[in-house]
Structure formats: structure tokens, C-alpha cells
Write a protein that binds this ligand. Structure first.
Ligand code: OXD
Ligand code: MN
Length: 597
């Protein structure tokens, strides 16, 4: 078999080595052309790997179902394989690289027999830009190829840009037996290598995304002086036509994609405000020659959660997903060969198959057992092209990226965190990011209201020790001459009956407006033990069904609750271990002292 499918000797040698291991019947280079993609779609439909949907209603759209045991990222089977355990840190799972290569080689052995090896050359960020990093993914799955074609920039121009360099991320994926007991998502940051086996689910197998653009990239960023973060990027355009960019990090289930594609409230739209989406999940950040922090979204599409997406929550995402889209594990409406998911509308299809491909009776839906009774899996997804998003920023393909005015951290806290507060410095802002947390909801399995610490929303995605990661944040602060201001928001405060107080969605714009006003020095704030909190009058509630007293409540800081939280933060820092920077303990002690006053 010809393993010389490129002109690059490093790439060819590696393909030959991997082919020897997995033993494919043939090797196909993915060239990024429409013709090749179309042929692969047709083949996937022939084998049943994908279903072609109603092309009048959903042009270019397909449906795929994963195995029933393979529907989400698997953090307990995700490993960082550095030669020293301490470099992976206490928060990550670690395996010795040699042991891991040996163990996984046994699982990969012969796993492509009778199948094709697809070679996907891809770029994270615009090919040839200062931000760009290249990867090659080998996979036995057409579904992976077609998703990568949407989520990354794939094509022969990537190989041209790589030239004869060996500087690329080597990704090997095999579905193998899809055995969850033998599922491994392993990262070898010292070797620029990712090995993923026994899964066919997006987050585990689209190796450009979490594996490369966050875990490996965070490691590279530390080495090379830049940052890879789990952040959306949006631009707010004023009526004068000036655009200010904000990045924001939230743990899962906090509405990141919704905020990234926010539609301003009517009064703002009438005045001429617009919001533009640059990215919904990942930001790569570099210091520009002007001393500001510049951001790009290294991806090329959105891998969004379908349930809950509708005309109210996120019309932009909904419209983005209505063409050239791959739906995964949603409900299949057999009457008109379209798709449906919980929260799309009030009309569940009566003649439908659920995400498992079984005949589905919507009347048996039980909120407490969503996985077994819902039409769409709670983690069902759409893979859609950024270019199809109605509010995509005109800077999306700008190789320079966009300058960042504010960084926003957020979490889901019923009582503790106020609607918004501002940190007092980059160091304090790093502390605010390090103590980020979210409470589990009734929507997820497990106990309700349990606090999970998720620093910078990066807990599952830092490719090295968490303490070193915080130290990198502090170091970056020393080299950004004009750093963005850092804020924290919480859309999820509840009243005594457990109802959300803040309306959220498009009205979150009102909070972003305060954040921008602070960055421009146009508005005062109240100094509290945790940072600067708005005067209630400065949050615009015109047209909302809440009064100023309610806003005061949303902005209140309960010292007792915060002192309790400080204990939990201390425990978490102890768990992270010895490499927690001293500066963060200084911040914690200062916070405790201010709260105790
Ligand atoms: C995602 C995630 O899919 O964070 O983006 O899990
Ligand atoms: Mn994410």
C-alpha cells in the first residue's frame, strides 16, 4: 500500500508507522474539495452511517447516531501523558507515555482491517496566520471526516503551509470496538500526539477541538507565551459603528453558545446596537504589537448542544443549523424527514425515532429520566458552519484576530456570586478565574446544588498542571501592557422558590453594557470585599419586568456565604497542590480578611 500520500517526509513516515499498526485496506488523503466530501456523504448514507434529511427543508443536512454507550466526552478516560506525573498535575488523569503507547497499541492493532484510513490535514486558525497550528488526523470514520471539514480548515493548502516541517499535531483515531471499558482519549504534549480509541462521539474524536485546541494548545501556549482558553468571543457594535470585543469562559450548561450569538433587546436594536459572534467555544490569545491581547477562534464551525436551542433562546444558532449541518443523536421526524429536539418547540413529532433509532412515544417523556424517554439525547449536537451563522463577525477570518477589551468569567450559582462584579487587577482577575464554580442542576444526573470548581472553565482541558496554568496566567499579565479588564457574571441567581431572577438570554446585553462602560471609565462602581459591583441604577432595566430592589438583591454580596466558599476554595487549592502560585494565596487571604471585617 502506498503510504506516501503527501510530499512531507515526516508526515509520510508517521502515516506508514500508524498504518503498520492499524492495518487499513487503503489510505485516502482528504483534500478539502466538495467533490470528495459529496462522495463521502453518499458512501456514509449507503452504509447507514448517516441519513440524508429533507433537502428542501434542511439543505445539505444529515443525521448520525452514535453508539448508545458513546454519547459524551469521557473525563475519567481522558489522560495527559507527560514523562513526569507532576507535570500533568493532580487534577488531570495521568499515564506514563511509554505504558500508554503500549497499552493503546494493543487496542489499535489491526483495528482498521478491511477499512479505509482517512488522512485529514487541518489547520486551527486561518492557514498561514501567526496564530495557525497544523494537525493531521488519521481516522476510520467518515463521520469524523465530515465533521472535521466543518469544524476546522481542511485541505491541501494546509500541507502546502506545513511544507517540509515536522511541526504538526499527530492525531490517531480508531473506533475499534466502541468498547467503553477500553475507551481512551490520551494526550502526549511532549510528542505533539493525540491518541483516541473506542469512541465515535464528537468531543472524543474531533481531535482538533478539545484535544488539540485546548489540551495540547494550552501546553504549547505556556511554552511559547500565548494562551488557549475555553472562551467564546463576541463583538458589540455601537450605533456609531465602533466594535468592542469580549471573551467569556463558562462551564458547560451555562449558555455559552447563546451568549456568543446574543440578539440585543429591542430597544438596543432600535438604537443601532449589534452583536457579532467570533467564536462560541475556544479562544487563542496572543499579545499584539500594540500591547493589547488579541483573540482568534481557531475553529471553523460550531459543535453545539441541540436541546434547548429555539427561536427564543438562540435564533442565530437555530438558523445556522438549518443548512449544511450534521445532527448527532437528535430525534428523527419520519413524517417529513426532519429533526426535532426537546425545547425546539411545543410540537413533538408523533411519528418519530428517538436518538437511539427506536420508535418514540413523546407522551412517555419523563424529565427525571431524559436519557431513556426523550426524543433527542440531552447531549445531542449540531455541527454547523460558522460561515452560515447570521451574526458571524466580519473579523472571523481576519488572521490578526480581534483586540480584547474585557474577559468575563461566569458560573451557575444560586446565591453566592452577584449578577456581575469586576476584579481589581489582572492578578485579582486571575484569582477570580481560579475560583470559578458551578452548581449542578436538576437537569444533570447526580445531586442538585453540588458545587464543582471549574477554574477558567478549563478543569477538563488544561494539558498540564493547574497550578502552573495559573502561574502562566499571572506571567501573561506581566507582558500585556494594556490588559483587558476581568469580570465575573452569574445569570443564575434564584429566588426562594428556586426561580431564576434575571431574565438572561438577550437581556444579558444589559450587563455587557455595564462591563464596557467600566472598561471605558464611564461609570462608577461600589467597592465590596469581592471587587467592584455596579450601583443598581447603572444596570439598565428599562422594559424589563423587574424593579430596582430586585437588581439590588441580584448585586448583593452575602459575606457569610462567601466565607463558606473561601473554605471550599482553600480545599480546592490544596487539591491542586504545591504549584498553586503564592500570589493566589495572597489574594485568597486578602479576600478572607475583607469579608471578616
Ligand atoms: C463542549 C464542552 O462540547 O465544553 O464544548 O463540553
Ligand atoms: Mn466547550
Amino acid at each position: 500500500m502506498n503510504t506516501c500520500v503527501t510530499n512531507n517526509k515526516f508526515v509520510n513516515e508517521w502515516i506508514a508507522e500508524m498504518a503498520e499498526l492499524v492495518n487499513p485496506e487503503s489510505i485516502v488523503l482528504i483534500d478539502g474539495s466538495n467533490e470528495q466530501a459529496e462522495a463521502l456523504r453518499a458512501e456514509a448514507c449507503k452504509t447507514g452511517e448517516m441519513i440524508k434529511l429533507n433537502q428542501d427543508k434542511l439543505p445539505g443536512c444529515y443525521l448520525h447516531r452514535t453508539a448508545i454507550n458513546d454519547v459524551a466526552r469521557v473525563e475519567n478516560r481522558t489522560f495527559i501523558c507527560t514523562s513526569k506525573k507532576e507535570d500533568a498535575g493532580n487534577i488531570n488523569n495521568w499515564m506514563d507515555p511509554k505504558e500508554c503507547y503500549e497499552k493503546l497499541s494493543k487496542l489499535y492493532k489491526g483495528s482498521y482491517s478491511g477499512k479505509t484510513m482517512y488522512v485529514i490535514p487541518y489547520s486551527m486558525s486561518v492557514v498561514g496566520s501567526d496564530f495557525a497550528k497544523y494537525g493531521i488526523e488519521l481516522t476510520d470514520s467518515i463521520y469524523v471526516v465530515l465533521n472535521m471539514l466543518i469544524m476546522t480548515r481542511v485541505g491541501l493548502n494546509v500541507l502546502d503551509a506545513l511544507g517540509d516541517s515536522g511541526d504538526f499535531i499527530k492525531g490517531l483515531h480508531a473506533r475499534a470496538e466502541l468498547d467503553e471499558e477500553k475507551r481512551y482519549i490520551c494526550h502526549f504534549p511532549e510528542d505533539n500526539t493525540i491518541w483516541s480509541v473506542n469512541s465515535g462521539y464528537g468531543g472524543n474524536v474531533l481531535l482538533g477541538k478539545k484535544c488539540f485546541a485546548l489540551r495540547i494548545a494550552s501546553y504549547l501556549g505556556r511554552k511559547e507565551g500565548w494562551m488557549a482558553e475555553h472562551m467564546l468571543i463576541l463583538g458589540i457594535e455601537t450605533p456609531e459603528g465602533e466594535v468592542k470585543y469580549v471573551t467569556a469562559a463558562f462551564p458547560s450548561a451555562c449558555g455559552k453558545t447563546n451568549l456568543a450569538m446574543l440578539i440585543p433587546p429591542e430597544a438596543y436594536r432600535n438604537k443601532g446596537y449589534k452583536v457579532w459572534c467570533v467564536g462560541d467555544d475556544i479562544a487563542w490569545l496572543r499579545v499584539g504589537s500594540d500591547g493589547r491581547l488579541w483573540a482568534v477562534n481557531p475553529e471553523n464551525g460550531f459543535f453545539g448542544v441541540a436541546p434547548g436551542t429555539n427561536e427564543h433562546s438562540n435564533p442565530n444558532a437555530l438558523h445556522t443549523s438549518m443548512r449544511d449541518c450534521i445532527f448527532t443523536n437528535v430525534c428523527h421526524n419520519l413524517d417529513d424527514n426532519t429533526v426535532w429536539w426537546e425545547g425546539l418547540d411545543e410540537n413533538p413529532p408523533v411519528n418519530a425515532l428517538n436518538w437511539k433509532g427506536e420508535v418514540w412515544d413523546y407522551k412517555k417523556y419523563d424529565k427525571k429520566d431524559k436519557v431513556n424517554t426523550s426524543g433527542a439525547h440531552p447531549n445531542s449536537r449540531f455541527t454547523a458552519m460558522a460561515a452560515n451563522c447570521p451574526c458571524i463577525s466580519d473579523k472571523f477570518n481576519d488572521p490578526a484576530g480581534v483586540p480584547v477589551t474585557a474577559i468575563v468569567f461566569g458560573g451557575r450559582r444560586a446565591k453566592t456570586a452577584p449578577l456581575v462584579y469586576q476584579s481589581t487587577s489582572w492578578q485579582n482577575g486571575t484569582f477570580v478565574g481560579s475560583i470559578m464554580a458551578s452548581e449542578t442542576t436538576a437537569a444533570a444526573a447526580g445531586a442538585v446544588g453540588v458545587v464543582r470548581r471549574d477554574p477558567m472553565a478549563m478543569r477538563p482541558f488544561v494539558g498540564y498542571d493547574m497550578g502552573d496554568y495559573w502561574a502562566h496566567w499571572l506571567n501573561m499579565g506581566k507582558v500585556i501592557k494594556n490588559p483587558p479588564k476581568i469580570f465575573h457574571v452569574n445569570w443564575f441567581r434564584t429566588d426562594d422558590e428556586g426561580h431564576f431572577i434575571w431574565p438572561g438570554f438577550g437581556d444579558n446585553m444589559r450587563v455587557l453594557m455595564w462591563i464596557l462602560a467600566r472598561c471605558e471609565g464611564k461609570v462608577d462602581a461600589v467597592e465590596t470585599p469581592i471587587g467592584y459591583v455596579p450601583n443598581a441604577e447603572d444596570i439598565d432595566i428599562a422594559g424589563l419586568d423587574i424593579d430596582i430592589e430586585t437588581v439590588r438583591g441580584l448585586l448583593s454580596v452575602d459575606k457569610e456565604l462567601w466565607l463558606e466558599d473561601c473554605k471550599a476554595i482553600r480545599e480546592f487549592y490544596a487539591q491542586v497542590g504545591e504549584r498553586v502560585p503564592a500570589e493566589l494565596y495572597t489574594e485568597l487571604e486578602a479576600l478572607e480578611a475583607r469579608l471578616a471585617k
